[in-house]
Structures are given as structure tokens and as C-alpha cells.
Ligand binder design. Structure first.
Ligand SMILES: *Cc1c(COP(=O)(O)O)cnc(C)c1O
Length: 368
């Protein structure tokens, strides 16, 4: 790993391979693996990540929106891709680019059938989403008859899978609730299969579901955060490797006297003689203003440097009074040792949010 000379997000592809193999080792041989690469592959770069996972023979990808799937198709990704949260305005594009929509409501079902018929499709694969307790997207259990009646009278689409999403799979204290979701889903699947008259793939688990509910992997699992190195628990985190390191550099060092202030709104006031460093990363890069005013810290020469004052658009100032360092020295925001999940905690958030917040302005650098 090279020393950063500007702000970079370094992505370790061997760590991605490691995480993929670790998660796969939890599955039995016939369970398929879907890699969730929505939101720029959780901030890392969906094209590079999808290419790497495609080379590892992942079975499926999922993105949230049609546009994200188009980016992957343009990059030459040929693995099937589910669009988890499609909008009717994009249905024609979805078909043109061989993307497979999640069908989560009657409106979406009817509008997708209409577009598939106009586009002269037969048996276009779709994935039927059921709500089993998250109350976010999906049909309800009493919609099964309606969906099947619609599928019976069209040749344009075919239900390739049924799926649902767990609300609290990371929290074992909520096992009872998760088990209710599982039972509800299995009941829906049974009714659906008996009405439609054929077997259909079922999938339910995200990363924490894979880890905490080994009997519920069904025909496919959908892993996102685990691939990127976070297991939502201290125990699992030790087996996974964070793939992304956010690094920067000291642009300038200032020495200030007691009472002098730092940054906009004069939000920080020196308590004595202090040394501060300016670092070229700000809220436009994904360092939310909540990290300012002493909440977050970065690492310089293995020591913690508090983020002081308000986070600016393009930079932060950090306190280096007790750190031996120079202009040009590397600054670690997070890496394998100083985890993104820990950094996120200082702003009351989670790894998912900090990773997906790193803006496109930050250069991605890949390590094979
Ligand atoms: C984002 C998402 C996932 C991935 O969840 P992780 O906790 O990141 O593994 C799986 N399924 C659906 C429907 C999602 O929206």
C-alpha cells in the first residue's frame, strides 16, 4: 500500500476476494450468491467491483435503480442484474439492457406487463418482492392470488424468483421477529407455488441473515456489506477485511496562540499554543459536518488527531499539537485497522452510510 499524496479511496481487491470466499463458505453448494453493488458498490466503484466479482463467478448482481444497471451493462458486465427499486419511467430501458426488475406493487406489475407486451417480450424474467414486516417495499401475503391471476393471462413476463427483506437480521435479540418474517415468507412461497404450479427460487437473506440465520439461505442470498468487509458484529468483523481505505495528506500546518480561532464561524478556539493541520477532504467529499467540532478524528503517524471547528466543503482542520508530523505526511480517515464502522460511530451513523457517502470527487485507487 502506497503513501497517499492526495485524497484517495484505496480499494483492496484481494480483500474483496477474501470476503466473497468467506461468505460463500457459509452457504451450501446449491445456494446462489447475489452480490449487491448498488450505490456505486457501497461507495467503492461498481464497475471495478462487478468486474472482479464476475471473474469470481458470482451468480447475480443487484442494484437499486435502473441507471446503476445500465452503467454495469455499458462496462460489459453480462451477469444477470436485479433492479431492486425500479420506477415505471425506466421499464423500457430495463428491458433494452436486460435488467431484471423487482416487482413490488400492483401498479409496478401492471405497468411492467404493459411495457413488456409493447416490446414484444415473452417470459421476461422478473422477481416478485413481498413485504414480510419491514414495511418498505413489497406485496402483502393476500396479494398472491392477484399476482398469479395477472401472470396467468400474459406470456410477456415470468416470475423467476420470490423474495423478501429482513428488518433486523443483525440483532439476535430480535430473533423472534425475524423468525416470524421467515415463516410468513415461507407461507407466501408455498401458496404462490401451489397456485402458479411450478417451483420458484426463493431468497431472503442479506449479509447478517447469511451469518445469523444459516437455515434460511434458501436458493440465493443477497450480500452487500459483508463483501465490503463489515459483518455488523464484532465477532464477524474479525473474519472480514474492509476493502476500502480513505487516505489523505497534510496540506499545511499552522501554529496558533491561545484565543485564536480556526475555520468558519470561528467555531474552534485554541486553549493555548497549538499546532493544526489542514487536510484536503471536506463535506463535499463525504465527511459530514457532524464529524467536526471534536466529534471525529483522523490518524496521523499512528496518533489520533481531532477534527476541530466546522468541516468545510473541501477541507478539515485537525489538532496535531501533540503529534510529530510534517506537511505532506499521510492522514488516515479509515482503513483496515481504524475501521470505517468506528469512524461512523463518532457521527452516530453506520459503516453503510460513511462508505456510500464518499463522493465521486475522491479518486478510487485499486490494489490487485
Ligand atoms: C441493500 C440490500 C441488500 C444487502 O444488504 P447488506 O446488509 O448490505 O448485505 C439485500 N437485499 C436488499 C433488498 C437490499 O436492499
Amino acid at each position: 500500500m502506497s503513501k497517499a499524496q492526495e485524497t484517495i479511496l484505496e480499494i483492496d481487491l484481494s480483500a474483496l476476494t477474501h470476503n466473497f470466499n468467506y461468505l460463500k463458505s457459509k452457504l451450501n453448494a446449491k445456494t446462489k450468491f447475489l452480490a449487491v453493488v448498488k450505490a456505486f458498490a457501497y461507495g467503492s466503484d461498481s464497475i471495478e467491483i462487478a468486474k472482479h466479482l464476475q471473474s469470481l463467478e458470482v451468480d447475480y448482481f443487484a442494484v437499486a435503480y435502473a441507471k446503476e444497471g445500465v452503467v454495469l451493462r455499458d462496462a460489459g458486465i453480462t451477469t444477470p442484474i436485479i433492479v431492486l427499486h425500479p420506477q415505471p419511467v425506466n421499464f423500457k430501458t430495463i428491458i433494452e439492457r436486460c435488467l431484471e426488475p423487482s416487482i413490488y406493487s400492483a401498479k409496478v406489475l401492471n405497468e411492467f406487463i404493459a411495457v413488456a407486451e409493447t416490446e414484444s417480450q415473452t417470459n421476461y424474467p422478473v422477481h416478485i418482492k413481498f413485504n414480510t414486516g419491514l414495511n418498505r417495499l413489497g406485496f402483502w401475503e393476500n396479494d398472491v392470488e392477484y399476482i398469479v391471476s395477472k401472470l396467468r393471462v400474459t406470456k410477456s413476463i415470468v416470475a423467476k424468483s420470490l423474495f423478501s427483506h429482513l428488518a433486523v437480521s443483525e440483532d439476535i435479540n430480535e430473533e423472534e421477529f425475524t423468525n416470524l418474517q421467515v415463516q410468513n415468507f415461507k407461507q407466501i412461497a408455498k401458496e404462490f407455488e401451489s397456485k402458479i404450479g411450478y417451483k420458484i427460487w426463493l431468497h431472503l437473506c442479506n449479509t447478517s441473515g447469511v451469518i445469523n440465520y444459516p437455515d434460511t439461505h434458501l436458493d440465493m442470498v443477497r450480500c452487500g456489506i459483508g463483501l465490503y468487509g463489515f459483518g455488523n458484529s464484532v465477532k464477524e468483523d474479525q473474519y472480514l477485511k474492509p476493502i476500502a481505505s480513505l487516505k489523505s495528506v497534510i496540506s499545511q500546518i499552522h501554529k496558533i496562540e491561545k484565543g485564536e480561532t480556526v475555520g468558519y464561524n470561528r467555531a474552534y478556539k485554541a486553549k493555548g499554543f497549538e499546532k493544526i493541520a489542514t487536510v484536503p477532504i471536506g463535506h463535499a467529499d463525504g465527511i459530514n459536518r457532524i464529524y467536526g467540532n471534536g466529534n471525529g478524528f483522523v490518524i496521523i503517524n499512528s496518533k489520533k488527531a481531532q477534527i476541530i471547528g466546522n468541516v468545510c466543503m473541501d477541507m478539515i482542520m485537525v489538532n496535531i499539537t501533540n503529534i510529530d508530523c510534517n506537511e505532506g505526511d499521510e492522514v488516515i480517515i479509515f482503513n483496515t485497522n481504524h475501521k470505517a464502522s468506528k469512524f461512523a460511530e463518532s457521527a452516530n451513523t453506520i459503516s453503510y452510510e460513511i462508505l456510500t457517502s464518499i463522493s465521486q470527487r475522491v479518486k478510487r485507487v485499486f490494489i490487485p
